[in-house]
Design a protein around this ligand. Structure first.
Ligand SMILES: C[S@@+](CC[C@H](N)C(=O)[O-])C[C@H]1O[C@@H](n2cnc3c(N)ncnc32)[C@H](O)[C@@H]1O
Length: 250
């Protein structure tokens, strides 16, 4: 089992982060195209982790890329993904940048871990008029799981909350961004894949209580026993958001 470090439940191991990023790549490519990455001159990868998306931003934009995370170890684990970018170790609640410094901000699987109101206010502050936020965030409150013996939603919701995350961040983002003056477009993941067993490793890395751990072990055994095609259906809704600031925004 390659579970998340319990001391850092908000950061899966590098290989798992890479696989998550790969799985989200087609939708992310499309979103970044909508946000006109190829014309962007100053891009912020907010909550970049090990930099699983940073190389795409460096390759696809025409200016500077800053990869920011508060986790120093993630930024220094492997310099390769940060080639061509500048790293910044800082907290999303107090971004160390002047107003209107960026024309694109990307957040992938990061906002759920951040204090939402304070972070969105900072994103709004550092974006220039005409700038865009691309956000790829889940909503565990809308999970579909079948058959019932593999249902893990309650454990996710409780474990994420206990770890300080907001498991239903996805549904909150569109309205909050609109309140901050953004024009918001939202897509939902339209692809259902057979579930990856690693999802339960991620769950095991959350701070579970004494009743959750045996329950998770039971779910793992039930899931492992269902080996036939489509014997298990698991869907975690992802919100794919492009939010634009008007060119004449104050
Ligand atoms: C699940 S990881 C996502 C990493 C990367 N975006 C990816 O898709 O692979 C969430 C990241 O957000 C960072 N993070 C959480 N809260 C933060 C905060 N307040 N300020 C800056 N980074 C934060 C964590 O350190 C972690 O690296």
């Amino acid at each position: 089992m390659t579970s998340t470090n319990p001391a850092r439940p908000n950061l899966p191991p590098p290989e798992m982060a890479r696989r998550q990023a790969e799985w989200l790549a087609p939708a992310r490519r499309w979103l970044l195209e909508q946000a006109e990455l190829n014309w962007r001159r100053s891009v912020l990868d907010l909550g970049c982790g090990f930099g699983s998306v940073t190389p795409e931003l460096v390759a696809g934009s025409i200016g500077a890329v800053v990869a920011l995370d508060r986790n120093w170890a993630a930024l220094h684990h492997d310099p390769a993904p940060f080639t061509g970018a500048v790293t910044s170790c800082a907290d999303a609640r107090r971004l160390p940048f002047a107003d209107a410094s960026f024309d694109l901000v990307l957040c992938q699987l990061a906002l759920l871990w951040m204090p939402l109101e304070a972070t969105l206010a900072e994103v709004r502050r550092v974006l220039m008029p005409g700038g865009a936020l691309v956000a790829i965030e889940p909503d565990y409150g809308g999970m579909i799981e079948y058959p019932p013996e593999i249902a893990s939603q309650d454990l996710w919701m409780a474990g994420l909350r206990r770890a300080g995350a907001d498991p239903t961040v996805g549904r909150k983002l569109p309205g909050l961004l609109a309140q901050h003056g953004f024009t918001v477009k939202v897509e939902l993941l339209n692809r259902l894949s057979p579930p990856a067993p690693e999802r339960l490793d991620l769950l095991a890395g959350l701070p579970l209580d004494t009743t959750s751990t045996p329950e998770l072990n039971r779910i793992e055994r039930a899931a492992a026993a269902l080996t036939g095609a489509w014997e298990q259906v698991v869907h975690l809704p992802f919100m794919f958001i492009t939010a634009f600031l008007p060119r004449n925004a104050p």
